[in-house]
Design a binder for this molecule. Structure first.
Ligand SMILES: *Cc1c(COP(=O)(O)O)cnc(C)c1O
Length: 453
């Protein structure tokens, strides 16, 4: 079989392939970029261009590309047992071992895992599990989940409803009933005259106001990302999480911490919850769980909910054909082994992240950059027309899109959320590759600046 050429692939793509989160009319005019192969932190497209992947795919390829051990784990498992379900009193060895390995890394009170196929499915499971929990507690009227504006919890009906993306809500007639939202802790964009610390408290107290407004007897849970990822790498002020914890405890609602991005080392800890000293009841996970080599997600369940589900008996009518898929689990297990044995999270925390953060801080000197922020292996900087007034460029996100396009021209993948540029490279990125990332970022910013002025 001869390999299709780039032009042939582009034509077939336009004719048959509907992409996620894409304006197809616009895409048709530009033509798609075909990613052909990858190794370490680099991608190659079908024209042979070498591109540094500053996003680790979509925040997922934590151990980097090209790890043959994961391919071999999948191959071995496919030959031995390519599929098995965990319904009907059955289980399989990779899923059992992965659940137990994840429980070992999770906060001490979290010892059970429910497997899904993705992060969105994990949040569908969250909604089902939260409501099942309160039913079993004899409080079925506790149904409402509080999320945050500009939070991201996936793209299914439940995931998009729990999330607070206005554009998704508009198209989907969402959120579904029983899900409401409060302000996000986005100080640079929305803090007004408040100090960062004051604003953190204000944003957290929106939760208490919402609980009182909906009714303390009706609120089931609060869901949030430790650091908002898709919303633009928004790191809450240090006053935020302690106050959220106080409110969640005061009203006894469940705390759901969406670890789909922060989990498996992204912040320099195994979980973002450990970074912020949180005690979640449920933690949705995906992405770094398999380093993206195969699709898999899950929900790590704390003792409060797990004990209730188990002790009360009765079937929870929920699960997926691919829950605990043996091949995905075998890959997840191998990914965990590599993270542990090669001490990749220690490397990220102690070596890669301090250097990455120093480089991000340096971008503040660029005339286009209004704010820089970052934590662990996450980083962001905001493009502004006027640094003093924080005034944006006209054209809602046009500056970000331009900068992103300049990055690709210079061989770098960075994403733009509006006019916020974000990065999330593989945890294994080496210092000289971080240098390459920022050389390309500076060059791209300079090119963007020329066009914007
Ligand atoms: C990506 C993401 C999801 C959705 O995961 P999918 O695998 O794309 O369904 C959910 N929550 C967060 C925080 C995410 O970043």
């Amino acid at each position: 079989m001869t390999k299709p050429t780039t032009a042939e692939l582009q034509a077939m793509d336009a004719a048959h392939y509907l992409h996620p989160f894409t304006d197809h009319k616009d895409l048709g005019a530009r033509g798609t970029r075909i990613i052909a192969r990858a190794s370490g932190v680099h991608l190659w497209d079908s024209d042979g261009n070498r591109i540094l992947d500053g996003m680790a795919g979509l925040w997922c390829v934590n151990i980097g590309y090209g790890r043959t051990e994961l391919a071999e784990a999948a191959y071995r498992q496919m030959l031995e047992l390519p599929y098995a379900n965990s319904f009907f009193q059955c289980t399989n060895s990779p899923a059992v071992q992965l659940a137990s390995a994840i429980a070992e890394q999770a906060p001490a009170h979290m010892n059970h895992v429910f497997f899904t196929g993705s992060g969105s499915e994990a949040n569908d499971t969250v909604l089902r599990m939260v409501r099942r929990y309160w039913d079993l507690q004899g409080q079925p009227e506790k149904k409402t989940v509080i999320g945050r504006i500009n939070g991201y919890h996936g793209s299914t009906v439940a995931g998009a409803s729990l999330g607070g993306m206005a554009a998704m809500h508009e198209q989907g007639d969402l959120p579904i009933p029983g899900i409401v939202h409060i302000a996000q802790p986005y100080w640079y964009g929305e803090g007004g005259d408040m100090s960062e610390q004051e604003f953190g408290l204000w944003a957290a107290r929106q939760l208490e106001e919402k609980i009182l407004q909906v009714g303390t007897d009706k609120v089931a849970a609060f869901i949030a990302e430790p650091i908002q990822g898709a919303g633009g790498v928004i790191i809450p002020p240090s006053t935020y999480w302690p106050e959220i914890k106080r409110i969640v405890d005061k009203y006894g609602i469940l705390l759901v911490v969406d670890e789909v991005i922060c989990g498996f080392g992204r912040t320099g800890e195994w979980f973002g919850s450990q970074h912020f000293d949180l005690q979640p009841d449920l933690m949705p996970i995906a992405k770094g769980m398999t380093s993206g080599y195969l699709p898999m997600g899950g929900v790590i369940v704390g003792s409060r909910v797990a004990d209730c589900l188990i002790d009360n008996g009765g079937e929870f009518f929920h699960g997926y054909t691919y829950s605990g898929h043996p091949v995905a689990a075998a890959v997840g297990l191998e990914n965990l082994r590599i993270l542990r044995e090669e001490k990749i999270i220690d490397y990220a925390r102690n070596e890669a992240a301090p250097y990455l953060q120093q480089k991000i801080a340096g971008l503040a000197e660029h005339p286009l950059v209004g704010e820089v922020r970052g934590m662990g292996m996450l980083g962001a900087f905001e493009l502004v027309g006027n640094k003093a007034t924080r005034e944006r460029f006209p054209g809602k996100g046009a500056a970000g899109t331009l900068c992103r396009d300049m990055c690709i021209l210079n061989g770098l993948v960075m994403r733009a959320v509006g006019d916020t540029m974000i990065m999330s490279p593989p945890l294994v990125i080496q210092p000289e590759e971080i240098d390459e990332l920022f050389d390309k970022a500076w060059r791209s910013l300079n090119m963007a600046a020329k066009q914007l002025r």
